[in-house]
Ligand binder design. Sequence first.
Ligand SMILES: Nc1ncnc2c1ncn2[C@@H]1O[C@H](COP(=O)(O)OP(=O)(O)O)[C@@H](O)[C@H]1O
Ligand SMILES: [Mg+2]
Length: 308
Amino acid sequence: MEFLNSPPPPIRRLPLEDPAAATEVGPPLPSPGTNGNGGAPSGGFTAAKRSISAPQFSIRRMEIDGVSVFYGPKEAVKSVSLPVRQGEVLAMIGPSGCGKTTLLRSLNRLTELTSTAKLTGRILLDDVDTRAIEPTLLRRRVTMVFQQPNPFPMSVFDNIAYVLREQGSRRQRKKTLEPAVHSALDRAGLFEEVKDNLDHPALKLSGGQQQRLCIARALAAEPEVLLLDEPCSALDPKSTQVIEDLIVKLRDDVAVVIVTHNLQQAYRVADHVAFMYLGDLVEYNSASSLFNSPREQRTREYVSGAFG
Ligand SMILES: Nc1ncnc2c1ncn2[C@@H]1O[C@H](COP(=O)(O)OP(=O)(O)O)[C@@H](O)[C@H]1O
Ligand SMILES: [Mg+2]
Protein backbone atom coordinates (compact mmCIF):
# COMPACT_ATOMS: atom_id res chain seq x y z
CA MET A 1 0.00 0.00 0.00
CA GLU A 2 2.05 2.79 -1.39
CA PHE A 3 0.10 5.71 0.04
CA LEU A 4 0.87 4.57 3.57
CA ASN A 5 4.52 5.42 3.03
CA SER A 6 4.07 8.78 1.41
CA PRO A 7 4.84 11.77 3.64
CA PRO A 8 1.86 13.50 5.23
CA PRO A 9 0.65 16.63 3.50
CA PRO A 10 1.67 19.98 4.95
CA ILE A 11 -0.45 21.34 7.78
CA ARG A 12 -1.67 24.91 7.83
CA ARG A 13 -1.92 26.79 11.08
CA LEU A 14 -4.89 29.13 11.14
CA PRO A 15 -5.23 32.13 13.37
CA LEU A 16 -8.13 31.79 15.78
CA GLU A 17 -11.19 33.74 14.72
CA ASP A 18 -12.41 34.57 18.10
CA PRO A 19 -10.07 33.33 20.82
CA ALA A 20 -11.48 35.58 23.50
CA ALA A 21 -14.98 34.27 23.00
CA ALA A 22 -13.99 30.73 23.92
CA THR A 23 -13.11 31.63 27.49
CA GLU A 24 -16.14 33.74 28.15
CA VAL A 25 -18.63 32.15 30.48
CA GLY A 26 -21.96 33.59 29.55
CA PRO A 27 -25.40 33.26 31.07
CA PRO A 28 -27.11 29.88 30.80
CA LEU A 29 -29.24 30.39 27.74
CA PRO A 30 -30.98 27.19 26.76
CA SER A 31 -33.56 26.53 29.41
CA PRO A 32 -33.50 22.93 30.60
CA GLY A 33 -36.60 20.96 29.83
CA THR A 34 -37.45 22.74 26.58
CA ASN A 35 -35.13 21.32 23.95
CA GLY A 36 -31.98 21.78 25.99
CA ASN A 37 -31.66 18.20 27.00
CA GLY A 38 -33.80 16.40 24.50
CA GLY A 39 -35.93 15.12 27.36
CA ALA A 40 -32.94 13.53 29.11
CA PRO A 41 -32.46 14.08 32.81
CA SER A 42 -30.43 17.20 33.33
CA GLY A 43 -28.42 15.65 36.16
CA GLY A 44 -27.77 19.04 37.69
CA PHE A 45 -25.89 20.29 34.64
CA THR A 46 -26.37 23.90 33.79
CA ALA A 47 -24.90 25.73 30.89
CA ALA A 48 -23.32 28.13 33.36
CA LYS A 49 -20.90 25.36 34.30
CA ARG A 50 -19.02 25.88 31.07
CA SER A 51 -15.45 26.25 32.17
CA ILE A 52 -13.40 25.05 29.24
CA SER A 53 -10.39 27.13 28.49
CA ALA A 54 -9.66 28.76 25.18
CA PRO A 55 -8.00 26.51 22.60
CA GLN A 56 -4.21 26.66 22.75
CA PHE A 57 -3.92 26.35 19.00
CA SER A 58 -6.00 25.51 16.00
CA ILE A 59 -4.99 23.54 12.92
CA ARG A 60 -7.36 22.96 10.05
CA ARG A 61 -7.57 19.23 9.36
CA MET A 62 -10.73 18.92 7.29
CA GLU A 63 -12.62 21.23 5.02
CA ILE A 64 -16.23 20.65 4.10
CA ASP A 65 -16.63 22.54 0.87
CA GLY A 66 -20.06 23.11 -0.65
CA VAL A 67 -21.31 19.65 0.33
CA SER A 68 -24.82 18.52 -0.55
CA VAL A 69 -26.12 15.03 0.15
CA PHE A 70 -29.18 13.59 -1.55
CA TYR A 71 -31.13 10.44 -0.72
CA GLY A 72 -32.78 9.88 -4.07
CA PRO A 73 -34.48 13.22 -4.80
CA LYS A 74 -34.41 14.36 -1.18
CA GLU A 75 -31.68 16.86 -0.33
CA ALA A 76 -30.71 16.05 3.28
CA VAL A 77 -27.67 18.37 3.40
CA LYS A 78 -27.70 21.57 1.38
CA SER A 79 -24.42 23.05 0.22
CA VAL A 80 -22.66 23.13 3.58
CA SER A 81 -19.15 24.53 4.04
CA LEU A 82 -17.32 24.19 7.36
CA PRO A 83 -13.80 23.78 8.70
CA VAL A 84 -12.85 21.00 11.13
CA ARG A 85 -9.91 21.88 13.31
CA GLN A 86 -7.56 20.09 15.68
CA GLY A 87 -7.25 21.97 18.95
CA GLU A 88 -11.00 22.57 18.95
CA VAL A 89 -14.26 20.74 19.45
CA LEU A 90 -16.90 21.37 16.80
CA ALA A 91 -20.51 20.64 17.77
CA MET A 92 -23.25 20.17 15.21
CA ILE A 93 -26.66 20.96 16.62
CA GLY A 94 -30.16 21.12 15.23
CA PRO A 95 -33.49 19.34 15.49
CA SER A 96 -33.92 15.71 14.52
CA GLY A 97 -33.79 15.07 10.78
CA CYS A 98 -31.87 18.23 9.89
CA GLY A 99 -28.93 16.32 8.38
CA LYS A 100 -26.38 16.20 11.23
CA THR A 101 -25.70 12.46 11.04
CA THR A 102 -25.66 12.54 7.25
CA LEU A 103 -23.02 15.26 7.24
CA LEU A 104 -20.98 13.52 9.93
CA ARG A 105 -21.05 10.20 8.06
CA SER A 106 -19.94 11.97 4.91
CA LEU A 107 -16.66 12.94 6.57
CA ASN A 108 -15.33 9.39 6.37
CA ARG A 109 -17.39 8.30 3.39
CA LEU A 110 -19.85 6.20 5.35
CA THR A 111 -22.71 7.77 3.38
CA GLU A 112 -21.41 5.81 0.40
CA LEU A 113 -22.65 2.65 2.10
CA THR A 114 -26.21 3.89 1.57
CA SER A 115 -27.00 2.99 -2.03
CA THR A 116 -29.43 5.87 -2.61
CA ALA A 117 -27.07 8.53 -1.20
CA LYS A 118 -25.24 10.89 -3.53
CA LEU A 119 -22.77 13.55 -2.44
CA THR A 120 -21.73 16.65 -4.34
CA GLY A 121 -19.06 19.15 -3.34
CA ARG A 122 -15.73 18.27 -1.75
CA ILE A 123 -14.46 17.13 1.62
CA LEU A 124 -10.74 17.55 2.18
CA LEU A 125 -8.52 15.90 4.79
CA ASP A 126 -5.24 17.78 5.13
CA ASP A 127 -5.91 19.34 1.73
CA VAL A 128 -6.47 15.99 -0.01
CA ASP A 129 -9.89 15.19 -1.45
CA THR A 130 -11.27 12.31 0.64
CA ARG A 131 -12.45 10.66 -2.59
CA ALA A 132 -8.78 10.12 -3.40
CA ILE A 133 -8.16 8.32 -0.11
CA GLU A 134 -8.85 4.61 0.07
CA PRO A 135 -11.99 4.28 2.28
CA THR A 136 -10.48 1.84 4.81
CA LEU A 137 -7.51 4.11 5.33
CA LEU A 138 -9.77 7.18 5.51
CA ARG A 139 -11.89 5.47 8.18
CA ARG A 140 -8.77 4.89 10.26
CA ARG A 141 -7.77 8.53 9.99
CA VAL A 142 -11.34 9.75 10.58
CA THR A 143 -12.96 7.39 13.10
CA MET A 144 -16.54 7.35 14.26
CA VAL A 145 -18.31 6.58 17.53
CA PHE A 146 -22.04 5.93 17.31
CA GLN A 147 -25.03 6.77 19.42
CA GLN A 148 -25.44 3.26 20.81
CA PRO A 149 -22.22 1.84 22.26
CA ASN A 150 -21.25 -1.08 20.02
CA PRO A 151 -18.32 -2.96 21.54
CA PHE A 152 -17.34 -6.19 19.81
CA PRO A 153 -18.55 -9.31 21.66
CA MET A 154 -15.10 -10.10 23.00
CA SER A 155 -12.92 -9.05 25.93
CA VAL A 156 -12.07 -5.44 26.75
CA PHE A 157 -8.46 -6.14 25.72
CA ASP A 158 -9.43 -7.75 22.44
CA ASN A 159 -11.71 -4.87 21.44
CA ILE A 160 -8.64 -2.65 21.22
CA ALA A 161 -6.22 -5.36 20.09
CA TYR A 162 -8.52 -6.08 17.16
CA VAL A 163 -7.97 -2.59 15.76
CA LEU A 164 -4.22 -2.69 16.41
CA ARG A 165 -3.88 -6.07 14.70
CA GLU A 166 -5.88 -4.80 11.73
CA GLN A 167 -3.43 -1.97 11.37
CA GLY A 168 -0.20 -3.83 11.90
CA SER A 169 0.92 -7.40 11.70
CA ARG A 170 -1.95 -9.78 12.38
CA ARG A 171 0.39 -12.06 14.28
CA GLN A 172 1.27 -9.51 16.95
CA ARG A 173 1.27 -11.20 20.32
CA LYS A 174 -0.67 -10.06 23.33
CA LYS A 175 2.43 -8.92 25.22
CA THR A 176 3.54 -6.78 22.28
CA LEU A 177 0.14 -5.09 22.02
CA GLU A 178 -0.24 -4.47 25.74
CA PRO A 179 1.28 -0.96 25.92
CA ALA A 180 -0.83 0.31 23.03
CA VAL A 181 -4.00 -1.27 24.46
CA HIS A 182 -3.35 0.28 27.86
CA SER A 183 -2.60 3.63 26.31
CA ALA A 184 -5.84 3.70 24.28
CA LEU A 185 -7.87 2.75 27.37
CA ASP A 186 -6.07 5.42 29.34
CA ARG A 187 -6.76 8.14 26.76
CA ALA A 188 -10.43 7.25 26.91
CA GLY A 189 -10.39 7.54 30.71
CA LEU A 190 -11.26 3.86 31.19
CA PHE A 191 -7.99 2.17 32.13
CA GLU A 192 -8.23 2.61 35.90
CA GLU A 193 -11.68 1.03 35.95
CA VAL A 194 -10.82 -2.03 33.88
CA LYS A 195 -7.09 -2.64 34.41
CA ASP A 196 -7.61 -5.48 36.91
CA ASN A 197 -9.57 -7.56 34.46
CA LEU A 198 -8.90 -6.81 30.83
CA ASP A 199 -10.31 -10.21 29.96
CA HIS A 200 -13.75 -9.09 31.15
CA PRO A 201 -16.36 -9.36 28.38
CA ALA A 202 -16.92 -5.88 26.94
CA LEU A 203 -20.66 -6.40 26.74
CA LYS A 204 -20.80 -6.79 30.53
CA LEU A 205 -19.46 -3.27 31.13
CA SER A 206 -21.86 -0.46 32.03
CA GLY A 207 -23.22 1.69 29.19
CA GLY A 208 -20.87 4.56 29.99
CA GLN A 209 -17.89 2.20 30.14
CA GLN A 210 -18.92 0.58 26.87
CA GLN A 211 -19.06 3.97 25.18
CA ARG A 212 -15.61 4.87 26.54
CA LEU A 213 -14.37 1.53 25.26
CA CYS A 214 -15.73 2.48 21.84
CA ILE A 215 -13.92 5.81 22.10
CA ALA A 216 -10.74 3.93 23.12
CA ARG A 217 -11.18 1.67 20.11
CA ALA A 218 -11.63 4.68 17.85
CA LEU A 219 -8.51 6.30 19.34
CA ALA A 220 -6.45 3.11 18.98
CA ALA A 221 -6.40 3.74 15.24
CA GLU A 222 -4.53 7.01 16.03
CA PRO A 223 -7.03 9.06 14.04
CA GLU A 224 -6.65 12.68 13.07
CA VAL A 225 -10.36 13.29 13.40
CA LEU A 226 -12.82 11.75 15.87
CA LEU A 227 -16.52 11.83 14.96
CA LEU A 228 -19.06 11.38 17.75
CA ASP A 229 -22.73 10.99 16.85
CA GLU A 230 -24.80 11.76 19.96
CA PRO A 231 -22.36 9.70 22.05
CA CYS A 232 -24.09 10.36 25.36
CA SER A 233 -27.73 10.06 24.38
CA ALA A 234 -27.99 6.52 25.77
CA LEU A 235 -26.03 7.32 28.95
CA ASP A 236 -26.79 8.47 32.48
CA PRO A 237 -25.72 11.98 33.56
CA LYS A 238 -22.63 10.78 35.43
CA SER A 239 -21.23 8.87 32.44
CA THR A 240 -22.18 11.81 30.27
CA GLN A 241 -20.06 14.10 32.37
CA VAL A 242 -17.10 11.71 32.24
CA ILE A 243 -17.33 11.61 28.45
CA GLU A 244 -17.75 15.38 28.13
CA ASP A 245 -14.58 15.92 30.19
CA LEU A 246 -12.82 13.43 27.98
CA ILE A 247 -13.95 15.17 24.78
CA VAL A 248 -12.46 18.46 25.93
CA LYS A 249 -9.19 16.74 26.88
CA LEU A 250 -8.90 15.07 23.49
CA ARG A 251 -9.19 18.21 21.39
CA ASP A 252 -5.45 18.96 21.29
CA ASP A 253 -4.55 15.51 19.95
CA VAL A 254 -7.39 14.98 17.55
CA ALA A 255 -9.95 17.17 15.83
CA VAL A 256 -13.29 16.37 17.49
CA VAL A 257 -16.70 16.71 15.86
CA ILE A 258 -19.70 15.94 18.04
CA VAL A 259 -23.31 15.78 16.94
CA THR A 260 -25.71 16.49 19.74
CA HIS A 261 -29.27 17.64 20.12
CA ASN A 262 -28.42 18.56 23.70
CA LEU A 263 -27.81 22.29 23.54
CA GLN A 264 -26.30 22.46 26.98
CA GLN A 265 -23.83 19.77 26.03
CA ALA A 266 -22.80 21.74 22.96
CA TYR A 267 -22.36 24.79 25.13
CA ARG A 268 -20.27 22.85 27.64
CA VAL A 269 -17.85 21.10 25.31
CA ALA A 270 -17.64 22.96 22.01
CA ASP A 271 -15.38 25.75 20.82
CA HIS A 272 -17.36 26.23 17.63
CA VAL A 273 -20.94 25.28 16.92
CA ALA A 274 -22.71 24.65 13.62
CA PHE A 275 -26.49 25.00 13.75
CA MET A 276 -28.29 23.06 11.04
CA TYR A 277 -31.93 23.27 10.14
CA LEU A 278 -33.66 21.30 7.38
CA GLY A 279 -30.33 20.53 5.71
CA ASP A 280 -29.08 24.11 5.76
CA LEU A 281 -26.17 25.32 7.81
CA VAL A 282 -27.91 28.29 9.37
CA GLU A 283 -25.06 29.57 11.49
CA TYR A 284 -21.48 28.68 12.33
CA ASN A 285 -19.94 30.57 15.19
CA SER A 286 -17.94 30.31 18.39
CA ALA A 287 -20.01 28.52 21.04
CA SER A 288 -20.30 31.59 23.16
CA SER A 289 -21.40 33.83 20.26
CA LEU A 290 -23.85 31.30 18.89
CA PHE A 291 -25.57 30.83 22.24
CA ASN A 292 -25.26 34.32 23.68
CA SER A 293 -25.55 36.54 20.63
CA PRO A 294 -26.70 34.55 17.61
CA ARG A 295 -26.54 36.30 14.24
CA GLU A 296 -29.56 34.57 12.74
CA GLN A 297 -33.17 34.73 13.80
CA ARG A 298 -33.58 30.94 13.36
CA THR A 299 -30.62 30.31 15.65
CA ARG A 300 -32.03 32.66 18.23
CA GLU A 301 -35.36 30.82 18.14
CA TYR A 302 -33.72 27.42 18.38
CA VAL A 303 -31.38 28.18 21.25
CA SER A 304 -34.17 29.81 23.19
CA GLY A 305 -36.28 26.67 22.80
CA ALA A 306 -38.89 28.07 20.42
CA PHE A 307 -38.78 24.96 18.22
CA GLY A 308 -36.94 21.67 17.90
N1 LIG B 1 -30.67 6.10 4.58
C1 LIG B 1 -31.54 7.09 4.34
N2 LIG B 1 -32.39 7.04 3.29
C2 LIG B 1 -33.26 8.04 3.03
N3 LIG B 1 -33.38 9.13 3.78
C3 LIG B 1 -32.57 9.25 4.83
C4 LIG B 1 -31.61 8.24 5.19
N4 LIG B 1 -30.94 8.65 6.29
C5 LIG B 1 -31.47 9.84 6.62
N5 LIG B 1 -32.43 10.21 5.76
C6 LIG B 1 -33.21 11.46 5.80
O1 LIG B 1 -32.31 12.54 5.70
C7 LIG B 1 -32.68 13.59 6.58
C8 LIG B 1 -31.52 13.87 7.53
O2 LIG B 1 -31.34 12.75 8.37
P1 LIG B 1 -30.18 12.68 9.44
O3 LIG B 1 -28.90 13.01 8.79
O4 LIG B 1 -30.26 11.35 10.10
O5 LIG B 1 -30.61 13.84 10.45
P2 LIG B 1 -30.21 14.11 11.98
O6 LIG B 1 -28.99 13.32 12.30
O7 LIG B 1 -30.02 15.57 12.04
O8 LIG B 1 -31.39 13.66 12.78
C9 LIG B 1 -33.94 13.13 7.29
O9 LIG B 1 -35.04 13.67 6.61
C10 LIG B 1 -33.92 11.62 7.14
O10 LIG B 1 -35.20 11.10 7.10
MG1 LIG C 1 -28.71 11.85 13.81
